[in-house]
Design a protein around this ligand. Structure first.
Ligand SMILES: Nc1nc2c(ncn2[C@@H]2O[C@H](COP(=O)(O)OP(=O)(O)OP(=O)(O)O)[C@@H](O)[C@H]2O)c(=O)[nH]1
Ligand SMILES: [Mg+2]
Length: 192
């Protein structure tokens, strides 16, 4: 797909604040600081569309962006962020799982995984959860620019064995743009 327009639409902190179901939703999930918001900005070629930060826990709400006036891209807060209270973590976990389980218009979940640490426990749990929910999902290995050549092959193999049901695995760098056109081509299949 080509992205011709990308605009912030709405944030929600609870299920009742979500926009009415309408457009197909492509949802971006992953550990805190994995690069979700950066990837959205790089995909949409729009700096500052989603707020990014080197400090984990930047995105605290479910953020909806309208793409090409007919698709939602959804940026979720990251999981696995240690620096929040147990209560906050539980309520966020509940919101994330309710959203992903019950939202009918989710056409694809994109799981972002730090290419330097494929196969972490929380990412494996997310993949198991998505298998359970039955949504199609693909994997993006983020920050690929940080890997040496030998590490690239290793990361890729590790990921293939962790997520055998993934519709795709794309190596990605929001800094260099590596993987951008491959990912956009994949998303095209889930935009109707
Ligand atoms: N080297 C490199 N750094 C990246 C890349 N993508 C993101 N980063 C850096 O990783 C940090 C986190 O990026 P964000 O996009 O804010 O991550 P996030 O997953 O949205 O984080 P939360 O909202 O806190 O869950 C920032 O310092 C980014 O500059 C990448 O492709 N390569
Ligand atoms: Mg973010």
């Amino acid at each position: 797909m080509n992205i011709n327009s990308a605009e912030f639409f709405r944030s929600a902190s609870a299920i009742k604040g979500l926009p009415e179901e309408g457009f197909p939703e492509i949802v971006f999930v992953g550990r805190s600081n994995v690069g979700k918001s950066s990837l959205l900005n790089s995909l949409c070629a729009k700096k500052g569309l989603a707020k990014t930060s080197s400090t984990p826990g930047k995105t605290r709400l479910i953020n909806f962006f309208v793409i090409n006036q007919n698709i939602f891209f959804v940026d979720l807060p990251g999981y696995g962020y240690a620096n929040v209270s147990q209560t906050e973590r539980e309520s966020w976990g509940q919101l994330l799982s309710d959203y992903v389980r019950y939202r009918k218009k989710i056409s694809l979940v994109v799981v972002l995984i730090d290419s330097r640490h494929p196969g972490m426990g929380s990412d494996r749990e997310m993949i198991e959860f998505l298998d359970f929910c039955g949504h199609p999902y693909g994997v993006v290995l983020t920050k690929f620019d940080k890997l040496k050549q030998s590490e690239k092959t290793k990361a890729r193999r590790a990921m293939e064995s962790c997520a055998p049901k993934a519709k795709f695995i794309v190596n990605y760098s929001s800094f260099s743009g590596e993987g951008r056109s491959t990912l956009l081509a994949q998303l095209d299949n889930f935009s109707q």
